[in-house]
Design a protein. Structure first.
Lengths: 315, 279, 325
């Protein structure tokens, strides 16, 4: 088991390295000089040369790549051209919004999807099941940022229960922070929960016909005890797989939803960096986001070992 | 109407409904290329922010542009970007998938690893990166969405192709000395074409959804060409004053995605490999 | 009488047709501490019968008649009342030990779960009882094995765990659906030993379903022969196996591989010719007529009634008990 974790860990490091190389190469190969892009059309030749030197662009690509990676590893992400502050601090500040938002969205989506999928499967073919199918079909089709707009329209413009956007900062208290993140989290969670509910339903239906469920029922367990104690734990592996894959969509969704709700998160930082053509920030944020997806998928792999004891023996 | 016929119709409901919705959307997109009620880019400040039916069928935006016309041309723009992106993803992904299935071992492993890495780049992220370098535009959107779809198609194709490779007639063809490329062309591709078509349909829905997100961020087709995503971005400013500006394009997006998803589900039921094996 | 099944019939609902009868006219009795063997080929309805006894028929399948268990008709009980009978009064053992245990739960917990579901005992007490049961079903090194998962055990060991799960709730009646079919011959013998010992030690009534007359002959006091959803012959096991009265029972006995000899002298295993008729298209007469060596015109006219002979043995054959002798 230890060897298994070690081997997957080595794979993770390799993936992250290939990924960083890919990002670096895209930035290299595609037309456009980072310094020129940053200065825009107004740049004078001598300013450009000076900027190129300060950005290290006069050095060979290999040296720059190594400098970037070793800097990332030391926590030195470089200095943002636009903000004039270390990118690391900027990212840390923004992560304090994006991570709680993503976490809330995952919790909400699971809290909706798991009961919905399980109940739809347990009542397969009934009106409850058809209702759940209708709900999921619609939620999958609706863009999360549009849900955000509708939620603002409903809960802040009309009812005035929630702020229309912005983030007071965690200094304002946990309650105020969570309140500001609730509507964005709902907007992010609904489409994800629909996908998750469909996967849960299918997984539970698969397990429902297993022999060990009959064993549990023959012990005298009633339907719901057999369902939640024996069926659901065995249906979780595909559900957790999808949760891991969804993280990638959640990151993408965060960029959109943070812009709808004007939240100072990582997604909005990437968007602003784009507007300001701050390539260093974009490069770092993209690697961070993509790296986060890979790391989460690694953790999901590890979660299998906890969920399915049969996998532990195989190395 | 007999009960059996009714229940068979109910079983085909996704296919019928999905087909009808997609036909409407595609029809609207095509019509928009020859006729719209107004020129979609014509500004009429005197008529700005009119509600539905007050001016035109769906009202006007903050520049007094006709919402119906923008929506129609937006359908064309959304669909064409989505179709190009899915074509890119489907062609590259299928190529990778059949190669991985034909060549087990290191090449297979390398291709699947590559797919894992590509999958970690959501379209919005690649679009931001590409947008910074090449400037936003239709090409950026197509590439960003298409690249994200490569691993999706590669995985589906690989597992479907691997099943074909395990069949007896493929073994026979190999024994007869046919090469991997020929077997792929003669046996594998014809057998997995149905599954690829189902995937194309479903991914078209996702591509429309993603395209809307990208143009919402300003990373899609360049203005003044109308797009559903940017219409939503513009609507945000007038959310309280003119909520219909935000509602109408959103419903258009959701309906198109729903249509393609239902059509994909219906097609999948129609050519379900399990049912085909049983027959 | 602990269990008395009267006129049991089982029907499955069909969307476009009349319900299909899977089991028809089955009655039998079982006294506490006795063992009944039910024999039949696949499709004879034996598994459905067991599921009806424990009240776990799928939603589209309905049983009619009566199943009197200590005087209470189980078919008249609601789901909540039936949950108190299941496990606690009637335990069940399944055919496939590889799939009948929850792969994500330690075996000790699976045994303790039933104990705690029916009785108010602490987790520690239930675990101690589970350990005792593992020892009684002769799991070696039970103290260590109690925390293993099913996939770490062999098929025979898993079947012992299955027996422990059922017996740990101390039921009065145990029903077992082909409990040794999926196991190797040597393991089969061990499992049957365990059955024999525990059933007589605990005074549990046992209904054992099998297609294997060797298993039935070894363990059952009484034997009931099913064919295509109905009973063909019933009586004390020894009498039925030594002096079978129904041509079908004789066919089953002839088709049995001899111990040690393996395949018969001619190199072919004798089998009953033909196949079990489809339940959707039963012949008007005897269900066995199309495969029977003693078939007469009268057999095809109407289905023979169930008759009890003077010695108490039951038979569904127009030839009657004397013909066979």
């Amino acid at each position: 088991m230890f060897r298994l974790v070690l081997r997957r860990g080595a794979g993770l490091v390799l993936t992250l390295l290939v990924m960083s190389l890919a990002i670096f190469l895209v930035m290299e190969v595609l037309p456009g000089d980072p310094a020129a892009i940053q200065l825009g059309t107004s740049g004078r030749a001598d300013t450009l040369a000076a900027l190129r030197q300060s950005m290290g662009l006069d050095q060979p690509a290999v040296v720059r790549y190594l400098a970037w990676i070793s800097g990332m590893l030391r926590g030195d992400f470089g200095t943002s051209f636009t903000y004039g502050v270390p990118v690391a601090g900027l990212i840390a500040e923004r992560l304090a919004v994006t991570l709680p938002l993503a976490l809330m969205a995952i919790v909400l989506s699971t809290a909706i999807a798991l009961p919905l999928g399980v109940i739809a499967a347990a009542r397969n073919g009934t009106a409850v099941d058809h209702g759940a199918t209708l709900f999921t079909q619609i939620c999958v089709a609706v863009p999360n940022f549009w849900i955000g707009l509708v939620l603002i329209l409903l809960f802040s413009s009309q009812l005035g229960w929630f702020p229309a956007g912005g983030f007071p900062g965690w200094e304002a208290g946990l309650g105020a922070g969570l309140k500001a993140l609730l509507l964005p989290a709902v907007a992010l969670a609904l489409p994800q929960s629909a996908i998750l509910a469909r996967v849960t339903r299918a997984a539970v239906l698969d397990v429902l016909n297993e022999d060990f469920v009959a064993t549990a029922r023959a012990k005298g367990l009633n339907r719901s005890a057999a369902l939640w104690r024996h069926v659901v734990p065995n249906a979780l592996v595909p559900v957790v797989t999808i949760m891991g894959l969804q993280f990638s969509f959640l990151i993408a969704g965060a960029v959109l939803v943070e812009n709808v709700f004007v939240l100072p998160g990582l997604g909005r930082l990437a968007f602003q960096a784009l507007a300001q053509r701050d390539l260093l920030v974009i490069r770092d944020v993209v690697l961070l986001f993509a790296g986060l997806v890979v790391v989460v998928n690694f953790l999901v792999d590890m979660a299998y070992l906890a969920l399915d004891p049969r996998l532990r023996g195989r190395a | 109407m007999s009960g059996a016929l009714l229940s068979r119709l109910a079983g085909r409901l996704p296919l019928i409904l999905g087909g009808a919705i997609t036909a409407c959307i595609i029809g609207t997109a095509l019509v928009s290329q020859v006729w719209t009620p107004e020129a979609p880019t014509r500004m009429r400040f005197a008529l700005k922010l009119k509600g539905p039916l007050a001016q035109g069928l769906l009202g006007t935006d903050h520049f007094g542009r006709d919402l119906t016309s923008m929506l129609m041309v937006g359908a064309w723009n959304s669909l064409s970007i989505a179709v190009l992106a899915v074509l890119l993803g489907a062609m590259a992904g299928t190529l990778l998938g059949v190669t991985a299935a034909a060549r087990a071992g290191i090449i297979d492993g390398a291709i699947m690893r590559l797919c894992d890495i590509l999958f970690a780049f959501p379209a919005v992220l690649s679009a931001i990166m590409l947008g910074a370098l090449m400037g936003p535009g239709a090409l950026t959107a197509v590439v960003a969405i298409g690249v994200f779809m490569i691993p999706v198609f590669a995985r589906v194709t690989r597992s479907a192709a691997a099943q074909v490779w395990a069949r007896d007639y493929v073994l026979a063809a190999r024994a007869a000395g046919k090469g991997a490329a020929r077997i792929t062309l003669e046996h594998v591709l014809p057998n997995i074409a149905g599954q690829i078509i189902v995937q194309v349909t479903i991914q078209l829905g996702l591509a429309i959804l993603t395209e809307a997100g990208l143009s919402f961020l300003g990373l899609g087709i360049a203005p003044p060409a109308p797009s559903w995503g940017r219409m939503l971005a513009d609507a945000q400013t007038y959310l309280t004053a003119a909520p219909h500006l935000a509602l109408v394009p959103g419903i258009a997006i959701a309906l198109s995605v729903l249509g393609f998803n239902l059509l994909g589900d219906g097609l999948r039921d129609l050519i379900d490999p399990r049912r085909r094996l049983a027959a | 009488m602990m269990l008395e099944v009267r006129d049991l019939a089982i029907d499955i609902a069909r969307p476009d047709a009349e319900p299909l009868r899977l089991v028809n006219d089955v009655s039998f009795r079982l006294a506490a501490g006795r063992t009944l063997g039910i024999v039949g080929e696949s499709g004879s309805g034996k598994s459905m019968l067991l599921k009806a006894l424990i009240g776990l028929l799928p939603g589209t399948i309905r049983a009619t008649g009566s199943i009197l268990f200590d005087g209470t008709d189980l078919l008249a009980l609601g789901e909540a009342e039936m949950c108190r009978v299941r496990g606690r009064r009637i335990g069940m053992i399944f055919q496939e030990p590889m799939t009948a245990l929850n792969p994500a739960q330690r075996i000790g917990d699976q045994i303790a779960e039933g104990i705690r579901w029916h009785r108010r005992v602490s987790a520690a007490e239930a675990r101690a009882e589970a350990l005792q049961w593992l020892e009684r079903v002769r799991i070696p090194d039970a103290r260590r094995r109690i925390d293993t998962y099913p996939h770490e055990m062999s098929g025979g060991q898993r079947q012992r765990v299955g027996i422990a799960i059922a017996l740990a709730m101390r039921p009065d009646l145990l029903i077992a659906d082909e409990p040794t079919t999926a196991l190797d011959v040597t393991v089969q013998a061990e499992i049957l030993d365990i059955f024999d010992e525990l059933v007589s030690d605990l005074g549990v009534g046992l209904i054992l379903v099998s297609h294997d007359l060797g298993v039935i002959g070894r363990i059952a006091d009484e034997t009931l022969v099913l064919y295509a959803g109905t009973r063909m012959e019933e009586g004390p096991t020894e009498a039925v196996l030594r002096h079978p009265r129904h041509p079908y029972t004789r066919g089953l006995l002839a088709a049995m591989p001899r111990r040690g000899g393996g395949v018969g002298a001619g190199g072919d295993l004798p089998t009953i010719p033909g196949t079990v008729p489809s339940l959707a298209a039963l012949p008007p007469g005897c269900r066995f007529a199309n495969r029977c060596g003693c078939v007469t015109e009268a057999c095809r006219a109407a289905e023979p009634a169930w008759r009890t002979a003077a010695d108490g043995r039951g038979l569904r054959c127009i030839l009657g008990p004397e013909a066979a002798a």
